[in-house]
Design a protein around this ligand. Structure first.
Ligand code: MN3
Length: 227
């Protein structure tokens, strides 16, 4: 009897530890993978610093708080997004803001741009007809998103690539999205992402985005999304 109680205690303690580890891994505020000025001249250092240290940080802090209050902070972000309408606007907006910016930093980099290669390029041509047509569709999604939001390249349940746009901090992982899938490329079109350098010229910011896209990372995300 005593042995059984000790065993149960050990298992429960073990589960709590595992759970804490999962939580910690889920909700880390990641380091920016490059210096603030690394994407100059396309994204200026001042914008990058404020965007990362103030905007992204605030989404993260507010999400951790809202998820804690809702007692869902043991859940992976993907699980929260797939049932997001059950939660508060604070969970949806800040959870989206936390996730979307993590992806945005990842898919950009210095000495980047150009074209994807191999399997990803093939899939883009298959879905859009050509790389240029994909770029036009993506730019159109970014430019026509009314007000604040995001443009996406994502993989649907059938493994096919699509372009979409979402308002505010929504993303294609959310059940509320018009087109659902796993995002592999993201572009932030909130004014805070470009206003200091580009003011009202969103189209110029969008066109310059291609100079900083890290296609190697996008290809990795695409491969992972197919699994
Ligand atoms: Mn932003």
């Amino acid at each position: 009897m005593k042995t059984k109680a000790i065993l149960t205690f050990t298992i429960v303690l073990g589960l709590i530890t595992i759970n804490n580890k999962i939580m910690a891994q889920n909700y880390i505020f990641p380091e920016l993978p490059y210096a603030y000025d690394a994407l100059e001249p396309y994204i200026d250092a001042r914008t990058m610093e404020i965007h990362y240290t103030k905007h992204h940080r605030a989404y993260y802090d507010n999400f951790v708080k809202a998820a804690g209050e809702a007692k869902i902070d043991h859940l992976p972000l993907e699980d929260i997004f797939s049932g997001v309408s059950a939660y508060s606007p604070a969970v949806r907006n800040n959870g989206g803001g936390y996730y979307n910016h993590m992806l945005f930093w990842k898919v950009m980099g210095p000495n980047a741009g150009g074209q994807p290669e191999g399997k990803l390029l093939k899939a883009i041509i298959e879905a859009f007809g050509s790389f240029d047509k994909f770029k036009a569709d993506f730019e159109n999604a970014a430019k026509t998103q009314f007000g604040s939001g995001w443009a996406w390249l994502a993989v649907d349940a059938g493994g096919r690539l699509f372009v979409s746009q979402t308002p505010n901090q929504d993303n294609p992982l959310m059940e509320v999205a018009a087109k659902r899938g796993q995002p592999v490329l993201a572009l932030d079109v909130w004014e805070h992402a470009y206003y200091l350098k580009y003011q009202n010229r969103r189209a110029e910011y969008v066109a310059n985005f291609w100079n900083v896209v890290n296609w190697k990372k996008v290809a990795e995300l695409y491969e992972a999304a197919l699994k």
